[in-house]
Design a protein around this ligand. Structure first.
Ligand code: MLT
Length: 248
């Protein structure tokens, strides 16, 4: 069995994800925000490639049944209900709604992994639950691909570190697991920062940009390991949480 880490969705080929269990990581901030929204009672999160697509979908939906959310250059877009800050996706705002989410990298990465057997959204806030799900898929014979969304077509340090933590959690003490070089590199980055996720985030370019834009609180929220222990599954063009109503 294999555990591969893949950096950047532009280079993805259908073979990279075909038939595999895929985890998509955009730890700052889309994958964290998706976990938070679902944990806070959103019925679903629907990822979009562009704000225009999200707006178009919202026009076909009943008023009050959705929240338009997302960012451009980190900021909420005009006319949208919410940005991409996990701190905005509180229970009183998202419960019972479908969050229509358009972000620069994270939602595009989700849309790029067509053909996977299963797609799960991974971050630090749901680390243990998602690791357990991936590890049991691996033990059941599935190959795993961890797709790092990156930042504006570039490698993102925080996604690599988070991917490395997943590689460690899901493959530790299992025999005959092959890792690609990107997974080995991700493991090294994870080991360098260890549990000091604030040091990781304040070193990474996107973390520094978020702090400079006034989103320091988001860094703390994104570093809160296991604070929103949901398993977000992307299927049939929407993300819902694994639970009694969606068993695997
Ligand atoms: C993205 O999807 O590009 C990010 O989550 C950007 C952000 O921090 O909002």
């Amino acid at each position: 069995m294999r555990v591969d880490v893949l950096y950047g969705v532009q280079q993805l080929t259908p073979q990279d994800v075909q038939g595999r269990v895929v985890a998509v990581v955009d730890v700052l901030r889309a994958s964290t925000t998706i976990a938070v929204a679902l944990a806070n009672g959103a019925k679903s999160v629907v990822p979009f490639d562009s704000s225009e697509d999200a707006i178009m979908r919202s026009k076909q939906m009943e008023r009050g049944s959705f929240r338009l959310a997302g960012e451009r250059r980190m900021l909420k877009m005009e006319g949208f209900d919410l940005g991409n800050s996990p701190l905005e996706h509180t229970r009183d705002v998202v419960e019972g709604t479908s969050v229509l989410l358009a972000t620069t990298n994270g939602t595009k990465a989700l849309l790029a992994v067509q053909g996977a057997r299963d797609v799960v959204v991974a971050s630090y806030v749901n680390l243990t639950g998602v690791s357990t799900m991936l590890r049991s898929a691996l033990r059941g014979g599935a190959d795993i691909a961890i797709v790092c969304a990156g930042q504006e077509r570039q490698f993102a340090l925080e996604d690599a570190a988070c991917a490395g933590r997943y590689v460690h959690n899901i493959s530790r003490r299992l025999a005959d697991i092959e890792l690609n070089d990107a997974a080995l590199a991700a493991s090294l980055i994870d080991r360098k920062y260890g549990d000091n996720l604030m040091r990781l985030f304040t070193t990474a370019a996107h973390g520094r940009a978020l702090a400079a834009a006034g989103f320091e609180g988001d860094l703390t929220a994104c570093a809160a390991v296991d604070s929103f222990p949901v398993i977000p599954i992307y299927q049939d063009r929407m993300i819902t949480k694994l639970g009694p109503e969606r068993e695997r």
